[in-house]
Design a protein around this ligand. Structure first.
Ligand SMILES: [Zn+2]
Length: 166
């Protein structure tokens, strides 16, 4: 597993100066460190996790978001969702795994099993906004609060975001 923590810190309960600096800078939270170490432990049991690169972990009160490479999404979810459900019960909140290749892909992972119809750009005189349109019939299928979906996309892509149904 590759993670924002170095491999020494992955395997110990202490943090080296380098990794500690990431916490002090706010690049990593203590909660994220716990989750990364737990995933490393789980990789004994779920071998697919060993090849995963965790790029970042975003912690919100309502959910934890793991950002990985596109090819890692299925590895972290695991067969029948077994791996991610263990991570979620450890985190004691919903955990979503996303890639940050495009707003469309990230939004789709966040709202699954609802469907993202399209992502478009709305132009204002001084700024732009990304509008994510979700199939209206799927509104009940979204597991995260929309506010969180909105915030995650805004945080990853540094864009203003609005979510609409159609
Ligand atoms: Zn370290």
């Amino acid at each position: 597993m590759k993670t924002p923590l170095c491999s020494a810190c992955l395997n110990s309960e202490f943090l080296c100066n380098g990794c500690n600096t990431k916490i002090e800078n706010g690049e990593l939270t203590k909660k994220a460190v716990e989750i990364i170490r737990y995933m490393h432990e789980l990789s004994e049991q779920f071998a697919a996790l060993r090849d995963v690169t965790v790029k970042d972990i975003l912690s919100y009160p309502e959910a934890t978001i793991l950002i990985v490479r596109p090819e890692d999404v299925a590895r972290v979810i695991g067969k029948k969702g077994r791996t991610i459900s263990q991570i979620a019960s450890y985190a004691q909140k919903p955990v979503k795994v996303v890639s940050n290749t495009s707003i469309q892909d990230t939004a789709q992972s966040l709202v699954h099993p609802a469907e993202v119809k399209r992502v478009s750009t709305v132009f204002f005189p001084e700024s732009t906004k990304k509008r994510i349109t979700i199939t209206a019939a799927d509104a009940d299928k979204i597991q995260l609060p929309l506010r969180i979906v909105n915030k995650v996309i805004a945080d990853i892509y540094a864009e203003d975001v609005e979510i609409t149904y159609q």
